[in-house]
Design a protein around this ligand. Structure first.
Ligand code: NAP
Length: 248
C-alpha cells in the first residue's frame, strides 16, 4: 500500500498508460480521478477501476474543463497528493506534412494541456505532492518523422525542471517519465488498417534493444515510484522507461 491515504489525478486515464497507472495506484491504496474526452468508455473504465475512482470528462486544452475537473476532485477528495499529467497525442509529422491543424493538435494537447492541468489543480496540491509529466523517449534523440511530438515532449520535459524550482517552497516535486514505444491503443488511432498497425509495431520492436515494445504496466510501475514517498529525494528528473531505445 505505497499510496495509502493519497489522492491522485491522472489525465488521459481512460486508456493505455493512464488507465494501467490508475489501476496500480488504486491497488496501492490511492483514490484516483481519471479524465478523458470520450464518454462512451466511461462506464467500462469505472467498472474496471471500482469504488475508489472518479471518471471525469474534460479536454486538457480547455482551462474551463480543467477548472471544473479540479473543483470536482477538490469536492470529492479534499485535495491532491499526486498528479500524473499523462494525456497526450503523438502523430507522424515529416516537416512537409505539418499543417496548422496538426501543429495545434500536437502542441496543444501535449504542452498547453499540461500547463492548464497544473494551473487548475495548483491550489489543491498538498505540501509534499508529487507531479509526474508524461514525456517520451523521442525527446532525447532525433527520430525520423516524429519531430513535432518530439519537440512538444521536450517542452514538457523542460516544464518539469522549471516547475521543480518554482514550487520548491511548497515542497511539490515535479518529475517526468519518458516512455518508449509502448503497447497501447495510441498507434491504432492513426487511421491505419489493423495489419499496418501490426507491421509498424513489429518494426518498432526491432529498434528496441530488449526486443519488444513496453507494456503500459511498465510505465505504471515507474509512475508508482515517482508518486510514492520512496522517491522523495528525486526532483526535476526524467525517468526513461524505453527498453534501452534512447540509451544503448
Ligand atoms: N504509447 C506509446 O508508445 C507512448 C510513447 C511515449 C509517450 N507516450 C505518452 O504516453 C501518454 C499516454 O499515451 P497512451 O499510449 O496511453 O495513449 P492512449 O491509449 O491513446 O491514451 C491517451 C489518453 O489520453 C486521453 N486524451 C487524449 N487527448 C486528450 C485531451 N485533449 N484531453 C483529455 N484527454 C485526452 C485519451 O482519452 P480521450 O481520447 O477520450 O480524450 C486517453 O485516455 C501520452 O502523453 C503519450 O504521448 C506514449
Amino acid at each position: 500500500m505505497r499510496l495509502k491515504n493519497k489522492s491522485a489525478l491522472i489525465t488521459g486515464g481512460t486508456s493505455g498508460i493512464g488507465l494501467a497507472t490508475a489501476k496500480l495506484f488504486i491497488a496501492e491504496g490511492a483514490k484516483v480521478a481519471v479524465t478523458g474526452r470520450d464518454e462512451a468508455v466511461f462506464d467500462r473504465v469505472k467498472a474496471e477501476l471500482g469504488e475508489n475512482s472518479l471518471v471525469l470528462k474534460g479536454d486538457v486544452r480547455s482551462l474551463k474543463d480543467m477548472r471544473a475537473i479540479a473543483a470536482e476532485v477538490k469536492e470529492k477528495f479534499g485535495g491532491l497528493d499526486v498528479v500524473f499529467a499523462n494525456a497526450g497525442w503523438a502523430f507522424p509529422s515529416p516537416l512537409n506534412d505539418i499543417d496548422e491543424q496538426l501543429y495545434s493538435e500536437i502542441m496543444d494537447i501535449n504542452v498547453k494541456g499540461v500547463v492548464f492541468t497544473l494551473q487548475a489543480v495548483l491550489p489543491d496540491l498538498r505540501e509534499g505532492s508529487s507531479v509526474i509529466l508524461n514525456t517520451s523517449f523521442v525527446d532525447q534523440t532525433g527520430k525520423h518523422g516524429i519531430s513535432l511530438t518530439a519537440a512538444a515532449k521536450a517542452a514538457v520535459r523542460s516544464l518539469a525542471r522549471s516547475w521543480s524550482y518554482e514550487f520548491l517552497d511548497r515542497k511539490i516535486r515535479f518529475n517526468a517519465i519518458a516512455p518508449g514505444a509502448t503497447e497501447t491503443p495510441l498507434i491504432g488511432r492513426w487511421g491505419m488498417a489493423d495489419e499496418d498497425v501490426r507491421n509498424l509495431k513489429v518494426e518498432l520492436a526491432k529498434a528496441i534493444p530488449v526486443g519488444h515494445m513496453g507494456r503500459a504496466e511498465d510505465i505504471a510501475y515507474a509512475a508508482l515510484y515517482l508518486a510514492s514517498d520512496e522517491s522523495s529525494y528525486v526532483v526535476g528528473t526524467e525517468l526513461v522507461v524505453d527498453g534501452g531505445a534512447s540509451q544503448l
